[in-house]
Design a protein around this ligand. Structure first.
Ligand SMILES: [Zn+2]
Length: 115
């Protein structure tokens, strides 16, 4: 697999925006499932209500992670616009292209992420 696209800001932006659209689509879907859980709680017994609440807590945790990734992607798009994309936000060193290719929204180099 070639990582050459990481050197092309237009392609990086396209991929970041595609991921963003995907995440926003998922968020809209999970809103519906949360509403369904609330409806169920009015008519089901105690045990399955606990199941439903547990499911709801998990859905909220998933949603929180999703929102965090959305913020990461917006931050990456901002760095792209500022011409700072590819530089570690902590130490300013260049982030390895392979690392960026795996996760184009990654804000730090491997040293800063590890330590
Ligand atoms: Zn760093």
């Amino acid at each position: 697999m070639s990582d050459a696209w990481i050197d092309d800001p237009a392609e990086v932006e396209r991929r970041l925006r595609a991921r963003l659209a995907e995440l926003e689509g998922l968020s809209a879907g999970s809103g519906e499932s949360r509403a369904a859980v609330e409806l169920d709680q009015t008519r089901v017994g105690r045990l399955s209500r606990m199941d439903a609440m547990q499911g709801q807590a998990m859905a909220q945790a998933t949603e929180a992670r999703r929102q965090q990734e959305v913020r990461r992607i917006y931050a990456a798009l901002q760095r792209l616009a500022d011409g700072e994309y590819g530089a570690c936000v902590q130490c300013g060193e260049e982030i390895a292209p392979k690392r960026l290719a795996l996760d184009p929204a990654v804000p730090t180099c491997i040293d800063c992420a590890g330590g």
